[in-house]
Design a protein. Structure first.
Length: 361
């Protein structure tokens, strides 16, 4: 695991860039911007960063910076980790999920039990058969092995469909899904035929409909997208990757998030190709930043300089820039990447010391 930049608001002396101590054999990563969680090949889960309403999973609400990665207790069979806001959710090998962090309504499958956050992992009731997740900051979406999508959480923009309440529900009108992502105001999903559907808020054109505005809880096809294999979502931003390695973006383009060379606060209901990229094999999004990993493992980013930092070369990110990494990149979340060949160094539950990853624990 390699960090190409620090968390937001790190304490003095925190390591800004480099290998995360002890994080080798990593298979999945989720970075909220304040906290980072990783899954190792042995199924254990590890975390470091700010403890935002229990986001470190250490059983405390204390606002500390856990600079040294430590194991999250209670999970030994994790397959992947995802993040929505400051709530983390782990998909287990049996298809059930566990969650913890800032929003108890997301951890409890739509039931509000408090406002202080959940400090240790707990099973999300009623959710099983899960192969992947598409979490947002206020709502969660789970892709089941049968191609259906489950959702729960806040339904302000009809992202849970045309229904009332926050509880666990199956999204009507969509099936045969192979990938799903939340763009916060709307949800996008790839179907097995390579087409993309979307539902929720169309204020920024995420439904692919002009004129922009309005919302719907019924999934609609997004025009102009074919042979899509993966989708990703940020803040009112959606990305799609096709089978030929081309990336398209639509929604809100603030800070250059659409990768169209325009850094103004504009929107597009038409998916536009992100120019200046080689053939891509994986995409990701974080807030107003898009990421792409090319077929050689090179990492590219565009959009908000708040995330790209020095790698944005002083620009706001209107066009893709190459982000240096110590080896071929396998996956990316926020400012953290999984690098092939083992870029990590050090081992153990509290590896820190001279590597500069110390701090409060």
């Amino acid at each position: 695991m390699w960090a190409y930049g620090p968390h937001f608001g790190p304490p003095a002396g925190a390591r800004a860039e480099g290998a995360v101590p002890g994080w080798t054999d990593v298979v999945s990563v989720a970075d909220s911007g304040h906290t980072t969680v990783a899954v190792k090949a042995d199924g254990t889960v590890w975390a470091y960063g700010h403890n935002t309403k229990g986001s470190l999973g250490r059983g405390t609400h204390e606002r500390v910076y856990g600079g040294a990665p430590r194991k999250v207790a209670g999970i030994s069979d994790a397959r992947a980790v995802h993040v929505g806001g400051s709530t983390f959710i782990v998909v287990r090998r049996d298809g059930t999920v566990m969650a913890w962090g800032a929003e108890d309504i997301l951890v409890n499958a739509g039931k509000r039990q408090g406002h202080d956050g959940v400090t240790t992992p707990r099973a999300v009731p009623g959710v099983d058969g899960v192969v992947s997740m598409g979490p947002g900051s206020l709502s969660m979406f789970a892709l089941r092995s049968d191609g259906r999508v489950l959702g729960w959480g806040i339904n302000l923009t009809d992202v849970l469909g045309d229904k009332d309440g926050t509880g666990l529900t199956r999204i009507d009108g969509v099936e045969g899904v192979v990938d799903v992502a939340s763009a916060d105001g709307a949800v996008v999903a790839v179907k097995s035929d390579g087409r993309v559907c979307a539902w929720g808020n169309n204020a920024h054109g995420l439904l692919g409909v002009e004129p922009r505005g309005g919302r719907t809880g019924r999934p609609v096809l997004v025009p102009g997208l074919e042979n899509i294999v993966q989708v990703a979502g940020g803040n009112d931003l959606a990305l799609a990757l096709d089978e030929n390695g081309a990336v398209r973006a639509w929604g809100r383009g603030v800070s250059g998030a659409l990768g169209d060379g325009d850094s103004s606060d504009h929107s597009s209901a038409k998916p536009v190709r992100v120019r200046g990229l080689p053939a891509i094999r994986r995409i990701a999004a974080f807030q107003y930043t898009g990421f792409a990993i090319d077929t050689d493992g090179g990492l590219w980013g565009w959009g908000s300089g708040l995330v790209l930092g020095d790698h944005g070369e002083g620009r706001t990110g209107g066009a893709p820039v190459r982000i240096p990494a110590p080896g071929p990149v396998l996956d990316v979340s926020g400012r953290h990447v999984i690098v092939a060949g083992g870029a990590g160094q050090g081992a153990g539950e509290d590896a820190a010391g001279a590597s500069g990853w110390g701090g409060q624990r």
